[in-house]
Design a protein around this ligand. Structure first.
Ligand SMILES: [Zn+2]
Length: 495
């Protein structure tokens, strides 16, 4: 593979002479755009096998499949190449701007995946890695393997974008009929059921291969595990040690984000409530470790009664906390060294979701705790009604700092396997001030106006459910299930 080179695959079915005009036009365009290129003509046997052979022969970093008649301007090819080369996406499907087929799309989306290729346009662009894996795994022999490619792109977690193409004649011949498309999607599902494709990447929580792309974010994909109902990012940030738990240190004071804009009073009351929940199960003068200190409201409350230690990888947070005489260290869970006795309790408020490997993190927490020590954690619940009803709208915000969102059942299983026994699990209620709730309710509809009116007579701040769960678990003293043994055999997050 050479960088900056474009491999153009010419499907079979046209005479060499008929291709010449198309080839010349594309070659001129790519030369002007500054791309090296090569043409790979498919042999005249069946479409699928010849395409797979062509992809193996291709040397470019971008692989394009062309249409025999070139029914679009050559600049469309440039757009598709640019989308791949810029790293925005791995795969581009060209679709006609007016080519809507609502009923068929509905059926195919339901049977296969949300992003489908156009039946009348062959034009598709792949990064070379995506082409080798996705096209190389296809099984169907004719042009319907385009549907298979869309299915496999989703299965293997590649980012897919659609490129709307203008100026295409409305009556382009379709490469396969409606019934053939439905038949193909059933065959694809059948192949999948019989494990005839390479297994996809595993879920980082339960190691299942039943993992699907559920949403496309800018520069990343949210994957969903259908076994444990967790959601996680397809690509985690590499240099995790320097990644702050909550905020990035910036030269100028950051504008307060909506999520954190509730008042200091509300945050303090939430922290007091969390501490009150923990108090009955803690001995007097207990030693507490908080992972992810953030604004330090829990630290302030806890250090009045208990021996408090906090860790946070963001140096700005640590400086602010130390200025208030709190014992806070700039460290991550992985590199924190406890020089005192083991802790009676470890608390994490929406922090486990930022950790790329929950099994290692929980093993580390277990090592820091005394036998019988408590773990208190809060996290979003992906099986909860609040999360599910706001999932589409808040996807980008939920994954701004979080890497993995857990379901209630997955977190219970994870804790049980990591050597904890569950004491209680319930909704995590937080105080929110009226201003924040008004912002959430919006202003436009009549319903929102009723909420606004109702809010003004309620106390401020108000205790509300935020779709999070609050789990208290106790460190078991017996041996744990050897989860890391599974990990050593089968990598979870390598493609
Ligand atoms: Zn899972």
């Amino acid at each position: 593979m050479s960088s900056g080179m474009v491999s153009l695959v010419l499907p079979s079915g046209r005479s060499r002479a008929a291709w010449e005009a198309t080839r010349a036009a594309i070659a001129d365009y790519l030369r002007l755009a500054g791309f090296e290129h090569e043409f790979i003509a498919c042999s005249s046997d069946e479409f699928g096998p010849s395409l797979r052979r062509a992809v193996l022969d291709a040397r470019g970093s971008v692989i394009l499949i062309l249409d025999p008649d070139l029914p679009y301007p050559t600049s469309t090819i440039g757009d598709a190449v640019a989308m791949i080369e810029s790293g925005v996406t791995d795969i581009v499907f060209a679709v006609r701007s007016g080519g809507r087929e609502p009923f068929l799309s509905f059926c195919l989306r339901h049977l296969l995946v949300p992003i489908l290729p156009d039946r009348a346009l062959q034009l598709k662009a792949f990064s070379s890695a995506a082409a080798r894996l996705v096209l190389g795994e296809t099984r169907l022999a004719d042009s319907r393997c385009a549907l298979e490619a869309a299915f496999l792109a989703n299965k293997y977690g590649f980012r897919v974008e659609q490129l709307a193409v203008d100026g295409v004649p409305p009556e382009l011949p379709r490469s396969y009929g409606r019934l053939a498309a439905l038949g193909a999607s059933l065959r694809i599902r059948w192949h999948e059921r019989n494990n005839q494709y390479r297994p996809g990447r595993r879920c980082p929580v339960c190691f299942s291969t039943e993992v699907w792309s559920s949403a496309q974010l800018s520069g990343n994909i949210v994957r969903a595990c259908s076994r444990c109902k967790c959601r996680f990012l397809a690509r985690f940030v590499e240099d995790d040690d320097t990644h702050p738990v909550r905020r990035v240190l910036k030269a100028h004071a950051p504008a307060l984000e909506v999520e954190e804009s509730h008042s200091a009073t509300a945050r303090e009351r939430t922290s007091l409530r969390r501490l009150a929940g923990l108090r009955p199960q803690l001995p007097a003068r207990a030693r507490i470790l908080e992972v992810g200190v953030r604004d330090g409201s829990f630290a302030t409350a806890a250090s009045r009664e208990y021996e408090y230690v906090g860790i946070d990888p963001a140096s700005s947070v640590v400086r602010a906390a130390r200025a208030r005489e709190l014992e806070v260290y700039c460290a991550t869970l992985a590199n924190f060294v406890n020089i005192g006795p083991a802790f009676d309790a470890v608390v994490l408020f929406h922090v486990l979701e930022n950790m790329p490997d929950p099994h290692d993190s929980l093993a580390r927490i277990k090592d820091l705790l005394k036998p019988g020590g408590l773990l208190l954690l809060t996290a979003f619940d992906t099986e909860g009604i609040v999360y599910l009803s706001t999932e589409r709208k808040r996807m980008a915000r939920n994954f701004r700092t979080h890497l993995i969102l857990y379901s209630r059942s997955a977190l219970i299983e994870l804790l049980e396997r990591s050597g904890f026994e569950l004491i209680s699990i319930g909704p995590d209620l937080e105080y929110r001030d009226r201003k924040f709730l008004r912002h959430q309710a919006g202003r436009s509809s009549l319903f929102a106006m009723l909420i606004q009116a109702g809010l003004s007579i309620l106390p401020d701040p108000l205790l509300v459910g935020s779709g999070s769960m609050r789990i208290v678990a106790r460190r078991r003293s017996g041996p744990t299930g050897n989860v890391r043994a599974i990990r050593s055999v089968e990598p979870t997050h390598a493609r």
